[in-house]
Design a protein around this ligand. Structure first.
Ligand code: ADP
Ligand code: MG
Length: 369
């Protein structure tokens, strides 16, 4: 019983305005999972959430909730009462914070004296007890979002669906809300689907990550898997693989292959076929730079003399664009840059491990799961 998935969607198609905007052959969500769906604007994230919450009827296919088909085995209204949804806009009722947070419980017919302690606890959980009697109209953006999330949690839903709830917030407010949400999700272990276009947000929360584009889920897996083994170039760039290099295999044996990239040779893991066209993915955080002739990188197969073309400040670190004969980007703290005396125009040694290279094979069937 406990192994039964919370959601099981099969062969989902949604057509709107004459175009197919969602096409999902299969999606399974397990108990207690925090599935984060990431994708650019227009990827179909909101459409998928609306379909899962039964606000939108699929043109084809079905969704089961705990083994029962929504809309047939389980009536829509009964189903909707078991979930809570949080949207980008808080959409609060024009009444007090207390009444907003209590609203879901009232709709569900919970007795007044039972509502009070639940609301009090939920307000405290999200640090808004002091706003209890405030009119929702007077709240700041961050307070309104806290209220909207508290309202969702108050009903103790079996599933929580969040559609870019933090995207309009300033970074500091977003960070504190993310921390609170993280903590409450850990405490409650509510099965959650969280939609965002923000990679950092996704990686913070996800127990499983799904990447969407053009109405499809391109890949799902642990954040670690998707980050390090993206199935294609689109997923790679979305999860922050800064270096995607086109190359051709010139030698392959005994678990490693040699790939020619702009006339340079890069060692990659795996037995690849000779002449095969591949894309090599190298995450910037796996590229090391050192001064020529210093440091011991002799054990590393991939070492290249590189010129520093450009240094871009990125807040806590600097993005260093190297030219090794092929372009290569890496992240370095300002502190290390000055310690290494590296500036634009410097010549450095760039190195990365064979195992830090992920190979995307062209023309190979993609197994997104
Ligand atoms: P996301 O939430 O990832 O930004 P959406 O699910 O909102 O994406 O939209 C997915 C695609 O479907 C977009 O290209 C959007 O223009 C299109 N779309 C959404 N609603 C409709 C509609 N009612 N009619 C036609 N196209 C729609
Ligand atoms: Mg959306």
């Amino acid at each position: 019983m406990s192994h039964q998935p919370v959601f099981e969607a099969r062969d989902l198609h949604v057509i709107r305005g004459g175009s197919l905007i969602l096409k999902i052959p299969s999606l399974v969500v397990s108990e207690g999972e925090i599935l984060v769906l990431i994708g650019p604007n227009g990827a179909g994230k909101s459409t998928l959430l609306q379909t899962l919450s039964a606000l939108l009827k699929p043109t084809r296919g079905y969704i089961s909730f705990r083994g029962r088909r929504i809309g047939s085995d389980i009536p829509l209204l009964a189903y909707r009462r078991r979930l809570a949804m949080v949207l980008q806009e808080p959409l609060l009722f024009d009444t007090t914070v207390y009444n907003n947070v209590a609203s879901g419980l009232k709709i569900r017919g919970v007795k007044k004296d039972e509502i009070e302690p639940v609301v009090a606890k939920t307000l405290a959980r999200f640090g808004i007890s002091h706003l209890r009697d405030r009119s929702a109209r007077t709240l700041s953006g961050g307070e309104a979002r806290r209220t909207s999330i508290a309202r969702a949690f108050a009903t103790n839903p079996e599933v929580l669906l969040l559609d870019e709830p933090f995207s309009a917030l300033d970074p500091v407010m977003r960070e504190t809300l993310l921390e609170d949400l993280e903590r409450v999700l850990k405490e409650t272990r509510i099965t959650t689907i969280f939609v965002t276009h923000d990679r950092m947000e996704a990686l913070r929360l996800a127990s499983r990550l799904g990447v969407m584009n053009s109405g499809e889920i391109l890949q799902t897996g642990s954040p670690e898997l998707v980050m390090n083994h993206p199935v294609n170039e689109f997923v790679a760039s979305l999860v922050g693989v800064e270096n995607i290099l086109a190359g051709k295999v010139i030698r392959g044996n005994k678990g490693t292959s040699l790939v020619s990239v702009s006339g340079k040779e890069i060692e990659a893991p795996g037995d690849l076929s000779l002449e095969e066209e591949v894309s090599l993915c190298i995450r910037p955080e796996n590229v090391l730079i050192s001064n020529m002739g210093s440091g011991d990188t002799s054990g590393t197969a991939n070492r290249f003399s590189a010129s520093v073309e450009r240094i871009t400040p990125m807040g806590p670190y600097q993005k260093v664009h190297l030219n090794c004969g092929f372009p290569l980007a890496t992240f370095v703290t300002g502190c290390s840059l000055s310690a290494l005396c590296i500036a634009e125009g410097s010549t450095v040694l760039a190195s990365f491990d064979t195992m830090a290279v992920h190979v995307i094979r062209k023309g190979q069937p993609v197994d997104a799961r």
